[in-house]
Ligand binder design. Structure first.
Ligand code: NAP
Length: 298
């Protein structure tokens, strides 16, 4: 089985990772980018029709219901998009002998493990979003097309609604911010996710041992709490963006209750990605610096 990339269908093309994938995949072949209005993943018939019309040889699913707290009160919609649609994509991929690339999340784990999670650790999600994302993984595995499920974490980008931009906005509005310090993970830049996805496909094509499809953890290396991430954002943003840092106060997650419970440990071990494809993710600090440079250039 070789991986062809002459006709690629990209869902969620307006999301953080989706936008970056448009750039990163274009050198590999033709990309058909589809946003939510062009292809609604809550509509299985639309998924089937779109794929049958375009006949892609690679499907990249960057679309997801990512509103973690809202998912608690909209579990059916979250499940349709995150749990059911990936199975439909997988069925269509198998029908066409196409490859499916799909993204999943650290939130499939409950965060009680002491070390970083590997791909062999048993998931046990704490919230609706995590349960729906796990259902999506399992649906793809059950249908069994050639697939890559890439679990990532704490995604941010120069544009869009994410922790980085929320911090920079709040810094202009408030002199003091209270930030959760008892959840750790690897903040991962959307552009790095897209570039490592393209590298994975290129490496998979050239492996003597076959494309080695399956489940991979794909995040920045290292780990930090949200509080530590905020400190790093303001340390860098004071210099690159001329932003006055607010006073940061570390708090516990219990002091900042949200509808969805989050894992205390979100660290994902990326050794399988490195051992299989030779991809060495940058540290979260390097990714943050690069993203802020992009923001600075505007
Ligand atoms: N964000 C994170 O921190 C994080 C962490 C771990 C894993 N992930 C995973 O990484 C992948 C990419 O996430 P991201 O950060 O790029 O998320 P994002 O910025 O929220 O993008 C998700 C995209 O999916 C689209 N979408 C939502 N519902 C849809 C539907 N019914 N049909 C079609 N498209 C729909 C959204 O469209 P609209 O813009 O129109 O709403 C948005 O463009 C997802 O699989 C996500 O689960 C994300």
């Amino acid at each position: 089985m070789t991986i062809k990339t002459s006709r690629m269908l990209l869902t969620g093309s307006n999301g953080q990772v989706g936008r970056e994938l448009q750039r990163a995949l274009t050198p590999l072949g033709n990309v058909l980018p589809l946003d939510r209005h062009q292809l609604d993943l809550a509509n299985p018939d639309a998924i089937r029709k779109t794929i049958r019309d375009y006949q892609p040889d690679l499907i990249v699913n960057a679309a997801a219901y990512t509103a973690v707290d809202r998912a608690e009160s909209e579990p059916e919609l979250a499940m349709a998009v995150n749990g059911v649609a990936p199975g439909v994509l997988a069925e269509e991929a198998r029908r066409l002998d196409a490859v499916l690339v799909h993204y999943s999340t650290d939130y499939v784990f409950d965060g009680t493990k002491h070390d970083a999670y590997t791909e062999s650790d048993e998931p046990s999600p704490l919230n609706v979003y995590g349960r729906t994302k796990l259902a999506g993984e399992r649906a793809i595995q059950a249908v069994g097309p050639v697939h890559y499920i890439l679990r990532t974490s704490w995604v941010y980008a120069a544009e869009g609604a994410n922790f980085l931009n929320t911090m920079l906005r709040l810094a202009r509005e408030r002199p003091e911010l209270r930030i959760v310090d008892d959840q750790v993970g690897a903040p991962t830049w959307a552009r790095a996710i897209a570039e490592m996805t393209a590298q994975t496909l290129a490496a998979a094509q050239s492996l003597d041992a076959g494309p080695r499809y399956g489940l991979y953890h794909l995040t920045a290396t290292g780990a930090v709490s949200w509080f530590g991430f905020a400190q790093a954002i303001f340390a860098a943003a004071e210099q690159t963006l001329g932003i006055q840092a607010p006073r940061l106060i570390p708090i516990t997650a219990a002091e900042y209750p949200l509808p969805a419970q989050r894992p205390a440990n979100s660290r994902l071990d990326t050794a399988r990605l490195t051992e299989t494809f030779g991809i060495r993710p940058a540290s979260w600090q390097e990714m943050l610096a690069q993203c802020l440079q992009v923001k600075q250039r505007g």
